[in-house]
Design a protein around this ligand. Structure first.
Ligand code: ADP
Ligand code: MG
Length: 248
């Protein structure tokens, strides 16, 4: 029997005013799967993953995340709240709280949203900070860290909520080149541990290595999808070929 998907998108359509940004998106993600989304700037990649955790409402179709349905226009249902608790998100700009220490950045949501007591939240936070290689930076403030370290804090912060799914939107695009590797290493490890992940990235080498499936999106439509060997080495669509010839 096929595994139940953790994410199910059916005929999802999204508009910004008159701009049709997502067109009939059909996408299932099964537990443990790593899906990498590629495509040109403005093609709808961010909008797609932001719809998955309800950061963007959509107008038509249906999305289900871990059994919680999201319907068009949903702005605050219980299901939406449940989805936000279960889905971790890491952005290009790390979005850390600047006036909180690294440790506080990681403990805040578990304490506020889940009611975890401070001692337990701090214990978990220190373990996660160790895991992403910055256990010794816990008392610092975000601006005292490098970009690569800040992004690893952001990953630890997301993991502190014990997400069932992690979304990454160009997590290395704002980093100096020498710091990209350390963030990709953490993501690679997470993937290896079986985390379900949807990743928007321009790091094609990384995509080839960690993706179970690569999705190429053009003007809001999924034009091509498949295992990385197929999409990168034998792209079927001319659009995919043209895109890859520009970025590879
Ligand atoms: P990508 O992440 O692939 O670069 P986006 O999902 O950010 O693409 O954007 C898709 C399209 O939607 C683009 O044309 C962009 O200009 C437009 N767009 C994105 N966010 C908004 C918004 N909040 N309001 C209006 N248009 C938007
Ligand atoms: Mg984007």
């Amino acid at each position: 029997m096929a595994e139940q998907p953790i994410v199910r998108m059916q005929k999802v359509n999204k508009y910004f005013g008159r701009l049709h940004v997502l067109r009939d998106i059909e996408l299932d993600v099964v537990p443990g799967e790593v899906v990498v989304i590629i495509g040109a700037s403005g093609s709808g990649k961010s909008t797609l993953i932001r719809c998955v955790n309800g950061l963007e409402p959509f107008q038509q179709g249906a999305i289900e995340v871990d059994g919680h349905p999201l319907k068009p226009g949903d702005q605050g249902s219980r299901d939406l709240q449940a989805i936000r608790r279960e889905v971790g998100m890491v952005f290009q700009q790390f979005n850390l709280f600047p006036h909180r220490t690294v440790l506080q950045n990681v403990t805040l949501a578990p304490m506020k949203v889940r009611g975890t007591d401070r001692r337990e939240a701090e214990e978990t936070a220190r373990r996660l900070l160790d895991r992403v290689g910055i256990g010794n930076q816990a008392e610092k403030y975000p601006t005292q860290l490098s970009g690569g370290q800040q992004q690893r804090v952001a990953i630890a912060r997301a993991l502190a909520m014990e997400p069932r799914l992690m979304l990454f939107d160009e997590p290395t695009s704002a980093l100096d080149p020498e710091m990209i590797g350390e963030v990709l290493d953490v993501m690679r490890e997470l993937a290896g541990e079986g985390m379900t992940m949807m990743i928007v990235t321009h790091e094609m080498g990384f995509a080839r290595e960690v993706a179970d499936r690569v999705i190429y999106i053009h003007e809001g439509q999924i034009v091509e999808e498949g295992p990385p060997e197929e999409v990168f080495d034998r792209p079927q669509s001319e659009r995919t070929q043209a895109f890859l010839s520009r970025v590879l």
